[in-house]
Each structure stands twice: as structure tokens, then as C-alpha cells.
Design a protein around this ligand. Structure first.
Ligand SMILES: Nc1ncnc2c1ncn2[C@@H]1O[C@H](COP(=O)(O)OP(=O)(O)OP(=O)(O)O)[C@@H](O)[C@H]1O
Length: 231
């Protein structure tokens, strides 16, 4: 289980996160939501070692992760699919996937076949450049690349943004499949309410760097949560 406690984060002098706490259990999708600029991406960046946090603790299965950098976080089992995907446009799909090997020992350098079962289109396009894929295909590639390291925690930052409905459905199905395997905790930052509502097992809503509502599916009031996502 990933546990974030009382996390604070700053960009220079401006404090963005003010004591955020959440837990993400294996076999569950934990949704983090809120309007633009409330600090959702900053929270994921802190967990993924992409930006230092000022205070608080992050633990994975009870072990404190002491201010890891991105490489160390990946080695610890945390995979991050950034908003905007960050696919390398001039590298092929194959090469993009291989960048996921960076934190693995050489003996584990191989693209697991189940990745192509999740995203069959990638197998057809292995030699195509990342930049020539559609937005939806790039999102699939970004998720596939994150899965290469067999993470224990998968961080998805607005995976539906700018994606057509049929690919959104596929990303929903894949996320549910990964969740149902039971060994991976998924944190989903999302503003597309229905997608998140249908998929997630628990919800955390943020406003101005603080958690304003959290709870499990079935316990959280839909309208109260919706009000925190709508502007
Ligand atoms: N590198 C940075 N330097 C300074 N301020 C930043 C930086 N990155 C983000 N911010 C600011 O921090 C705040 C939170 O940004 P963040 O991207 O975490 O929010 P968000 O909830 O993910 O927003 P969105 O839904 O628009 O992606 C915003 O006010 C943003 O302008």
C-alpha cells in the first residue's frame, strides 16, 4: 500500500500542497480529482520523485521513501504516466517502450507479451515513430511504457485528456484489468467525472492544495464529489 501523509510542496516561495494525505491499496483505483491548478499533478510528481516535497512522508508497504529522485522512485516500483504523455516523438514505438528498461536489470530487458494483449495496436506499430501516433495511441504507448517495469504503483495523470471516446473506453478497460490483477495500486488523477466515477474504488477531491473530500465508492456522495470537480 502507498501511503502519503501530510505532504507539503512548494514551487519557490509559493506553497502548493498543504498537508495532503491519501492511501492507495493494491487492487484498487484511487481517484484524485479537483479543478485546474489545485495541485493534483504536483502530488503525483512528488510521489514519482519528479519534484521534491517540503514536508510529510510517503511510504510504500510500510517502508518510508525518503525524498527519492525519479530513478529511485521507479526502482522502488512507482511508475508515472505524465499528463501530456511525454512520448519521444522521434523514437519508434519499440524504442519508446525500451526506455522503460532504464530502471530494470539487464536480465529483465524484454517487453512482456501481455502488454501487447492490453494494447494490440502497439504491436502493429512497433516501427512507427512515437510522434506519428494519434493522441490516443500515444496515451496507450505511455501507459504501456510505464508497465514495462512491472510497477507496484501506477500513477495516471489525466489519461482521458484529449482522447476520443473509444480509446477512453479502452483505457478504462485496461485500468480495470490491471486493478483486478490485484497487485498494483493505481492512482488516477482525473477530471472526466463519469470515467472516474465508474472506475474508481475510492475518491480524493482537492481544492487549493488541500483534501476537501475523500471516501470509498459507495460511501462518497456523487453530487458532493461532482461539485468539487465542476468549476
Ligand atoms: N514548475 C512550477 N513552477 C511554479 N508553479 C507551478 C509549477 N508547476 C505547477 N505550478 C503551479 O502549482 C499549482 C498546481 O499545479 P498542478 O499542475 O499541480 O495542478 P493540477 O491540479 O494538476 O492542475 P491541472 O488540472 O490544470 O493539471 C498551479 O497554480 C500551478 O500554476
Amino acid at each position: 500500500m502507498l501511503s502519503v501523509e501530510n505532504l507539503t510542496l512548494k514551487y519557490g516561495q509559493s506553497q502548493i500542497l498543504h498537508g495532503v494525505s491519501l492511501t492507495a491499496e493494491p487492487g484498487k483505483v484511487t481517484a484524485v480529482t479537483g479543478t485546474n491548478g489545485v495541485g493534483k499533478t504536483s502530488l503525483l510528481k512528488a510521489i514519482a520523485g519528479r519534484h521534491p516535497y517540503a514536508g510529510g512522508t510517503i511510504t510504500l508497504d510500510g517502508q518510508p521513501l525518503h525524498h527519492l529522485n525519479a530513478y529511485q522512485a521507479a526502482r522502488a516500483g512507482i511508475a508515472y504516466v505524465p499528463q501530456g504523455r511525454e512520448v519521444f516523438p522521434l523514437l519508434t514505438v519499440q524504442e519508446n517502450l525500451e526506455t522503460g528498461f532504464a530502471c530494470l536489470p539487464r536480465s529483465e530487458h524484454g517487453v512482456p507479451e501481455h502488454i501487447f494483449e492490453l494494447f494490440p495496436i502497439l504491436k502493429d506499430f512497433l516501427q512507427r515513430r512515437g510522434g506519428d501516433l494519434s493522441g490516443g495511441q500515444q496515451q496507450q504507448l505511455a501507459i504501456a511504457r510505464a508497465l514495462i517495469s512491472r510497477p507496484r504503483v501506477l500513477l495516471l495523470d489525466e489519461p482521458t485528456e484529449g482522447i476520443q471516446p473509444n480509446i477512453i473506453q479502452q483505457i478504462g478497460r485496461v485500468s480495470a484489468q490491471l486493478r483486478d490483477q490485484g497487485d498494483m495500486a493505481i492512482i488516477l488523477v482525473e477530471q472526466y467525472f463519469d470515467f472516474m466515477w465508474d472506475l474508481a474504488d475510492s475518491f480524493t477531491a482537492m481544492s487549493r492544495g488541500e483534501v476537501t473530500l475523500s471516501g470509498r465508492a459507495g460511501e462518497v456522495d456523487r453530487e458532493a464529489l461532482l461539485a468539487r470537480v465542476s468549476i
